[in-house]
Design a protein around this ligand. Structure first.
Ligand SMILES: C[S@@+](CC[C@H](N)C(=O)[O-])C[C@H]1O[C@@H](n2cnc3c(N)ncnc32)[C@H](O)[C@@H]1O
Length: 449
């Protein structure tokens, strides 16, 4: 079957080495991107991350993969292998000794600089490569809260945590990251763990894949509720996994799901937050390359669907007067800022009432992730898009509307194979410079104000 039937593939784009569809070439042009970034994608190595503790098995893994594992000198624990080597069917992978993870993604996690005991929020966590790396770095300290809106992807994340035996400190919520509001377990001032010997149905017992009678009843109630609920109502978070030491076992449901106000968040919010936002994935050259096999006809739906891209890049809607028509960044401290809590509409461009700031999903995710950060904590925003509108554009608008946010220097980046982003202190990985997929990284801290 010709998977590309009826789909225009550009003849002129042989420069990229791939017959890129015209619509994608147009997308690249609109965003000022050079299609030659996709040239020679197959020469970019594949990266693997070694499970900590498996260092002594390196030679056995090399023998099984039948290739040398080249140490990535700027990123501890990462190795490059030739791009044609497949790892999914190997024992090393199946037994959880290695992860498939691009080095640029590893850099985004390192930028967060997690330290012992941190409570970390991963706001777009599925399928979970970064979450697993965070869990490896934290060991048996602190906690990780993973949130994703896609239930099936989050289920894959849970499987990954179980395979690598990393779930003890983690909890996973199916929830909308633009409205998620739960702080780390144990940071509620009034939360006490209860003995679970009694029959109190309101207390979390050890997690099991079998759902309790109470959970089934709650889910059935929720189903009835959602059929009558107005669609704008935020999705109620659903806890689909929690580990033994995540602080959930023994906690009361009512307390765990209690939301706190922004004042309380400044002290009991997360120490670290990562927002690896949903984006157009155009920088993920290996992902783009896969459409050679999947068929370019699915590319339109999966990557370029107009409604989806508008949600992600709605800043473009203002391109007639330039992408940032409001005010220059330098004057942000002197601005009359719009209301702190805008109304987000994931389906369309929204306007803040006084300042006409366009809101797209990445900005909504970043804003909410930052709201959940405690004062003095740090947040990493990353996307695998090469466009300005999903990266520097989002950052500019975010800084305009969040006076307590300050861009931080990413210290580790001095050693990385990357370049500066379009705003000082941000960094960009791209195939040509870094021999990795494209990735944009910005790091913020929250000031007391
Ligand atoms: C780039 S992927 C994240 C990859 C992940 N961090 C990892 O390392 O494996 C973006 C994720 O954002 C999720 N997403 C999109 N919109 C969301 C929303 N409103 N709230 C939470 N997650 C969302 C998608 O389902 C997708 O899994």
């Amino acid at each position: 079957m010709d998977l590309n039937a009826g789909f225009d593939l550009s003849q002129e784009n042989s420069v990229s080495g791939l017959p890129l569809p015209d619509a994608f070439v147009e997308f690249l042009k609109e965003n000022g991107l050079d299609s030659s970034a996709y040239a020679g994608a197959e020469t970019i190595p594949r990266y693997i991350r070694l499970k900590p503790g498996c260092e002594s098995q390196l030679m056995d893994i090399e023998t099984e993969l039948d290739c040398k594992l080249e140490k990535v000198d700027w990123l501890p624990g990462f190795f490059s292998i030739p791009s044609h080597i497949q790892i999914a069917s190997t024992n090393a992978y199946r037994l959880g000794k290695i992860y498939g993870m691009d080095a640029a993604s590893g850099a985004a996690v390192m930028a967060l600089d997690v330290t012992f005991g941190d409570h970390v929020l991963d706001l777009c966590c599925a399928p979970g490569a970064k979450l697993c790396m965070l869990a490896d770095l934290l060991g048996n300290s602190g906690s990780i809260t993973g949130v994703d809106v896609a239930q099936h992807r989050l289920a894959a994340c849970r499987t990954m945590l179980q395979k690598y035996r990393l779930g003890d400190q983690c909890r996973l919520f199916v929830a909308d990251g633009t409205t998620f509001s739960l702080v780390p377990v144990g940071s509620h001032t009034d939360m006490k763990l209860c003995s679970i010997d009694g029959q109190d149905m309101d207390i979390f017992r050890e997690w099991t894949s079998k759902r309790s009678w109470k959970d089934r009843k709650d889910a059935a109630k929720k189903k009835v509720g959602t059929s009558t609920q107005a669609s704008e109502e935020p999705l109620e978070p659903e806890l689909i996994f929690y580990g033994r030491d995540s602080g959930v076992v023994g906690a009361q449901r009512t307390k765990l799901f209690r939301t706190v106000d922004d004042n309380e968040i400044s002290t009991s919010g997360y120490d670290k937050v990562i927002v690896d936002a949903e984006c157009t994935h155009d920088g993920s050259v290996k992902h783009i390359q896969k459409f050679e096999y999947w068929g370019w006809s699915t590319f339109q739906r999966r990557v370029l669907d107009a409604k989806r891209t508008q949600n992600l890049t709605c800043l473009q809607a203002f391109s007639s007067s330039g992408p940032f028509p409001l005010r220059p960044l330098s004057s942000r401290r002197g601005l009359a800022l719009p209301a702190a809590r805008p109304v987000f509409d994931l389906g369309a461009v929204c306007l803040y009432p006084p300042g006409l700031v366009p809101v797209c999903r990445p900005l909504a995710l970043l804003t909410n992730g930052f709201r959940l950060l405690k004062v003095g904590g740090s947040l990493v925003y990353s996307t695998c898009s090469l466009t300005v509108s999903q990266n520097e554009g989002v950052i500019k608008l975010f800084l305009l509307t969040n006076p307590s946010a300050e861009l931080m220097k990413i210290d580790a980046a001095d050693k990385w194979r990357c370049r500066c982003g379009g705003i000082a202190r941000t960094v960009r990985f791209d195939p040509k410079t870094s021999q990795t997929s494209g990735l944009f990284i910005a790091k913020f801290t929250k000031l007391a104000c």
